[in-house]
Write a protein that binds this ligand. Structure first.
Ligand code: DGL
Length: 270
């Protein structure tokens, strides 16, 4: 048993969707979250840069004595694939648990994967799905506008910007008759109602944050690292820059206000 915190990081605040899931599944765990708000977005950057940033983010979490590091970011998970080898604690990212959930969900063997440009060009989800079941066909689509749309708050089912963008990007997946879509980016679960309305109720939408939180719980249990405290866990939030929009954007993902409980970190020191 361990009362050390779980470390979670993301390129920005989108990873708070995973924190929300972790808190629901493991309410007694303490969590340290780092969002690289000073360097977000990662999704349009080169592989070398993403890897360097991810190593720094993980090293910051290690400095907080975490018992596990979770990359909530689809972009980091897809590109910095060797990050776990650098770390002295268990490391998990979103790819394996999300791909497994999609393979279990599909009935017709046709899965769509959506993510940032870097995620789609790395093809990590596709490779993992094909490793699990070589007979499955995977259709990938990058959706770079989804991140700013969510951060601007244009995600209501009655918002024409959201509906038009979803239609433009996901038309190809509809044509390919996928019955399962991996929401391979931290921000996309926020667009789930709009995406669901467009693709219809028969298409299953797999949320990477939720699957990864479940996977984290199973790994901690397996390694006897769960927190045995009866008290509700505490969360510490750290960011590399604090802008005016911080509070508003954090609330979109966490559905609760983290107010002043946030510290700024100079991530270049890690
Ligand atoms: N967190 C990123 C992801 O899940 C989205 C934002 C970004 O591009 O950095 O891919």
């Amino acid at each position: 048993m361990s009362n050390q915190p779980i470390g979670v990081f993301d390129s920005g605040l989108g990873g708070l969707t995973a924190v929300k899931q972790l808190r629901e599944i493991m309410p007694h765990e303490n969590i340290i979250y780092f969002g690289d708000t000073g360097r977000v977005p990662y999704g349009n950057r080169s592989v070398e840069t993403i890897k360097r940033y991810a190593s720094q983010d993980a090293r910051f979490l290690l400095s907080k004595n975490v018992k596990m590091v979770i990359a909530a970011c689809g972009t980091v998970s897809s590109t910095a694939t060797e990050l776990g080898e650098e770390l002295p604690v268990p490391y998990i990212n979103v790819i394996a648990p999300t791909a497994k959930a999609a393979v279990e969900a599909t009935k017709n063997g046709r899965i769509g994967v959506i993510g940032t440009r870097a995620t789609i060009s790395a093809g990590a989800y596709k490779k993992e799905i094909e490793k699990l079941d070589a007979g499955i066909r995977v259709f990938q689509k990058d959706c770079p506008l989804f991140v700013p749309i969510v951060e601007e708050g244009f995600f209501g089912t009655d918002d024409p910007i959201a509906s038009l963008t979803v239609e433009r990007y996901l038309g190809i997946l509809k044509e390919q008759k996928v019955d399962t879509i991996i929401l391979g980016c931290t921000h996309y679960p926020i667009l789930k109602p709009v995406i669901g309305e467009y693709v219809g109720p028969d298409v299953k939408l797999i949320d990477s944050g939720k699957e990864t939180a479940r996977f984290a719980a199973s790994i901690l249990a397996e390694k006897s690292l769960l927190n045995d405290s009866e008290q509700p866990g505490e969360c510490g939030f750290f960011v590399s820059d604090r802008t005016e929009s911080f509070s508003r954007i954090a609330t979109i993902f966490l559905r609760s206000n983290i107010g002043e409980n946030v510290s700024r970190v100079d991530i270049h020191n890690y």
